[in-house]
Design a protein around this ligand. Structure first.
Ligand code: G4P
Length: 525
């Protein structure tokens, strides 16, 4: 197979959702369809296990398992394609890594609970995907339960997320009354079996949009209601336009039930058809690197530390952007100019980690790292230097003050913080005048990992004082004046020395905006 053919078969995506919407369950269905696992419950058992433990136990689990990367990236075959699924940790382990993972995918699947609609975490993750302009495929899950009205869900999706939606199929009933899906995309009715073991039946639509042949369901009000809705959508809804989908402006919406598997295969089939294969990556000087060019390039989007103190190694996750990786090849790390031999690499399968033999654009490989890499680093083969655009930083929402417990250990405290900040594990701020250390995170677990690693890797014990959640907004340094500090905000500086206000709440932020209408308050992503 040529490189081009191989790249065209790649589908690299992440599933975004609010916790409990069904991300794990649908991932498991994909693994089942692809033959990567044989039994339902495999992925879930793992997920459940770690959810059940208290947060502090998480580190112990990591320690026992070594580097837990098996669920971070999974590569499976589906319908002749190599599918790479990148995990976006939710629940308590939501962190900046969750966002950064979205920088390494070509598409996203958004799972929505039909009983709940668009929830906060989905919205945040959606915004990051939307900023990148990647296609987003929506799966409205839990159709086997009574949820909200489909038309209402579509309207909410469009309104809250500001994206057009195109229903690819439409539920015929819901909960116990669910009889099937009226499938506009495939022009058929997908009829649910009586119980989970029964096969679904596909009935083509005739020219009037009616299911062909004589079927008792055609007399039901559920069917006529679905037809009516579909007609309404046809007349008043958006048109399907693949270019709009690829530009991230129109989300195809599918209904189904991850738990029973109903509608899931239809969804994945369409996803594989419509989702893009790896595309170009932009360099810092606005050049576009084609995925099919022969030079190997990639960037690091995540670094995962080994929680076992006996093994200081880490794994750097590389998104391959072009060319083909071969075991043992030499690459240059752009930032330092250092040559690195890629001898110890790993690739991620559904059930195990294996040595990578070959990987092409779109694939994710793990490099054993002894401290060479930083998040956002570009690596490339050959002599032509390549530097991809920097990864964005994300606005933290939770803050803590930190001080070393033992003043004699100041040096290791500073070294530890510096390295963990570089690695992207945490963001560092200081109070503007008194230079007290403040760390910022998007998820609470980042703090625990920070504290644990400072102690275990740098032998520095710290005291941490929670400051709670804050709204961080940057201002231009030239606009800063001493009167701007008040009891409603805290003036800090980021690690580059830029002034940033930490507001207690939106009230405090709005108060500031009213008082200083000419000052622009900026946020990271
Ligand atoms: P997550 O990874 O997005 O956090 O969600 P996960 O798949 O773990 O699903 C969260 C809960 O929702 C689970 O129930 C799961 O069984 C249920 N669920 C997922 N998809 C569907 C669906 O299509 N229909 C219904 N009815 N439920 C669904 P749980 O009670 O937390 O776990 P369990 O006790 O059922 O194992």
């Amino acid at each position: 197979m040529t490189l081009k053919e191989q790249v065209e078969k790649r589908r690299t995506f992440a599933i975004i959702s609010h916790p409990d919407a069904g991300k794990t369950t649908i991932t498991e269905q994909l693994l089942l369809f692809s033959g990567a696992i044989r039994e339902a419950g495999t992925v879930k058992a793992k997920g459940k296990k770690s959810n059940k433990f208290a947060k502090s136990d998480w580190m112990e689990i990591e320690k026992q398992r070594g580097i837990s990367v098996t669920s971070s990236v999974m590569q499976v075959d589906y319908d002749g394609c190599q599918v790479n699924i990148l995990d976006t940790p939710g629940h308590e382990d939501f962190s900046e890594d969750t966002y950064r993972t979205l920088m390494a995918v070509d598409a996203a699947v958004m799972v929505v609970d039909t009983g709940k609609g668009i929830e906060p975490q989905t919205k945040k993750l959606f915004e990051v995907c939307s900023m990148r302009g990647i296609p987003i495929f929506t799966f409205m899950n839990k159709l086997d339960r009574d949820g909200r009205e489909p038309l209402e869900l579509i309207a909410e999706l469009e309104e809250v997320l500001g994206i057009d939606a195109y229903p690819m199929n439409w539920p015929m009933g819901m909960g116990r009354n669910l009889i099937g899906l009226y499938d506009l995309y495939n022009q058929r009715v997908e009829l649910k079996g009586h119980d989970e073991e029964d096969d679904v039946l596909y009935i083509p639509l005739d020219e009037e949009g009616q299911a062909e042949g004589d079927h008792s369901f055609k007399q039901s009000t559920i069917y006529s209601q679905a037809l009516e809705d579909a007609q309404l959508l046809n007349e008043a809804g958006n048109d399907f336009d693949r270019d709009q989908v690829l530009a991230g402006k129109l989300t195809p919406v599918f209904f189904g039930s991850a738990l029973t598997g109903f509608g899931v295969q239809t969804f994945f089939d369409a996803f594989i058809d419509l989702a893009p294969s790896p595309s170009v990556t932009e360099t810092i000087d606005d050049q576009l690197v084609e995925p099919t060019q022969s030079q190997f390039t990639g960037f690091i989007f995540k670094i995962q530390a080994n929680m076992n103190p006996a093994h200081r190694d880490r794994i750097a996750f590389v998104r391959v952007c072009s060319g083909a990786f071969e075991k043992g090849m030499n690459v240059t790390l752009g930032r330092t100019g250092k040559t690195i031999r890629m001898a110890h690499t790993t690739q991620f399968m559904a059930d195990s980690r294996e040595e990578v033999q070959e990987a092409v654009a779109g694939d994710i490989i793990g490099l054993y790292d002894t401290g060479n890499f930083q998040i956002g680093d570009t690596i490339y083969s050959g002599n032509k230097a390549v530097q991809f655009k920097a990864l964005p930083q994300f606005t933290p929402e939770l803050f803590m003050k930190v001080t070393p417990r033992n003043v004699m250990k100041q040096k290791s405290f500073h070294k530890g913080i510096e390295q963990l900040v570089q690695e992207g594990a945490i963001q560092l701020y200081k109070t503007y005048h008194t230079e007290e250390y403040i760390i910022g995170a998007v998820g609470a677990l980042q703090f625990e990992v920070f504290q644990y690693r400072l102690l275990n890797e740098y032998n520095a014990e710290v005291d941490m004082t929670p400051m709670g959640s804050k709204i961080a907004r940057w201002i231009d340094p030239k606009d800063l004046n001493p009167n701007m500090s008040s009891s409603r905000n805290l003036l800090a500086k980021d690690r580059f020395g830029n002034p940033v206000f930490l507001f207690e709440n939106t009230f405090a932020e709005n108060w500031f905006r009213d008082k200083y209408p000419d000052i622009e308050l900026k946020q990271l992503l």
